[in-house]
Ligand binder design. Structure first.
Ligand code: NAD
Length: 334
């Protein structure tokens, strides 16, 4: 007798599917053959979602989380958070919302996820959990995973991420929830927020350069000597999928170790645009002085680490933002 060999389609739930990383992740999961349910307060802004089912809902509501976790999903990706770049996180104006909104989402998803018997869950933590005292100098920050404690994140956003890492790890210890945690370091790329106050440095620099004529001037917060590293979206997702397919729980850094000063990031955008623009330094929210991804652990555990150059990713991002700037200018003149 012939035995039936019907391969069951894997199921995934993506929380935050309307956001930057979530919408790119959905595309990747669909390519890999998953059936995907996406949940978010809003649908993706820049392209049509590819999910099988999109639920527009608020994950702070327990009733919503109970409903969307109605089956034992093979994989759950918890990316939903109240977040933004330095202009959103470091002014202090959004601290209560950031902590309350994101913590409530994570409390709900961990609890109802475990109840639903989900097979595996990914949680996106952040480089913002690392202690400020290890990032006081631009050129030698320490962001190795083991350096997270004693904790002293530079923002309430970072404290909430650290709390939620511990929350998921507690569910793993006490209820056997199968958890994977990554600490993302500044992910960027096309279809990311590029204006409005929540954008990150690569998008902000690209927008400023795209909006400014040759010989003009752009503003940069601080002296521009603060350093960061930035990871292109495709490599971020490659890291996420590799972590999910491994036995390693984490937390592990998913970031680039190509550190750059913000002044040089602006110059990179100018070079891509073929423009010469002056920089004016002004007061603004800054965060730590230096930050870079330490990739020793990811190499040891996954045998892989991001390797693409920042410039490659910046070219693709700049071109996409330039198009958005042109579209928006055309709308205004109509
Ligand atoms: P994003 O803001 O584009 O996406 C987050 C999504 O969560 C948004 O679409 C938002 O609408 C949704 N959301 C917020 N509150 C919600 C609620 N109550 N109910 C339902 N949906 C809600 O951000 P992103 O860049 O795609 O980041 C995804 C995750 O990765 C976040 O958890 C973020 O903290 C983390 N992270 C991102 C970066 C980065 O550089 N982008 C760095 C470190 C960590």
């Amino acid at each position: 007798m012939k035995t039936l060999n019907i391969k069951k389609q894997k199921t995934a739930l993506v929380c935050g599917a309307g956001g930057f990383i979530g919408s790119h992740l959905v595309r990747k999961l669909k390519k890999e053959g998953f059936w995907v349910r996406g949940v978010d307060l809003k649908k993706p802004e820049f392209s049509k979602t590819e999910v099988d089912e999109f639920v527009v809902a608020d994950l702070r509501e327990q009733s919503v989380c109970k409903k969307i976790l109605d089956r034992a999903f093979d994989e759950v990706y918890q990316l939903a958070a109240d977040m933004g770049g330095a202009g959103y996180i470091f002014t202090g104006e959004h601290d209560a919302d950031v902590m309350h909104n994101s913590a409530t989402i994570n409390l709900n998803i961990s609890y109802y996820g475990q109840k639903a018997g989900i097979k595996k869950i990914f949680y996106s933590s952040s480089a913002c959990i690392y202690p400020a005292y290890n990032q006081l100098e631009a050129n030698n920050p320490n962001c190795s995973e083991a350096s997270a404690y004693p904790a002293e994140p530079d923002s309430e956003y970072g404290w909430e991420k650290l709390f939620s890492e511990r929350l998921y790890l507690s569910f793993m210890r006490n209820y056997g929830l199968n958890v994977r945690i990554a600490r993302f370091h500044n992910i960027f790329g096309p279809e990311g927020t590029w204006r409005g106050g929540r954008e990150k440095a690569p998008a902000a620099m690209s927008r400023k350069v795209a909006e400014t004529k040759n010989g003009g001037t752009i503003e940069i917060w601080g002296d521009g000597k603060q350093t960061r590293s930035f990871l292109y979206i495709d490599e971020c997702l490659e890291g996420v999928r590799r972590l999910m397919n491994s036995d390693f729980t984490g937390p592990v850094n998913i970031g680039s170790d190509e550190m750059i000063a913000i002044n040089d990031l602006a110059k990179m955008a100018m070079e891509i645009a073929g423009k010469k623009i002056n920089i004016k330094h002004i007061k603004g929210p800054l965060g730590v002085r230096g930050r870079n991804s330490d990739n020793h652990l990811i190499k040891a555990k996954l045998g892989w680490a991001p390797s693409a150059s920042l410039k490659e990713g910046m070219k693709k991002t700049y071109l996409w933002i330039e198009q958005q700037v042109e579209k928006s200018a055309n709308k205004k003149t109509k």
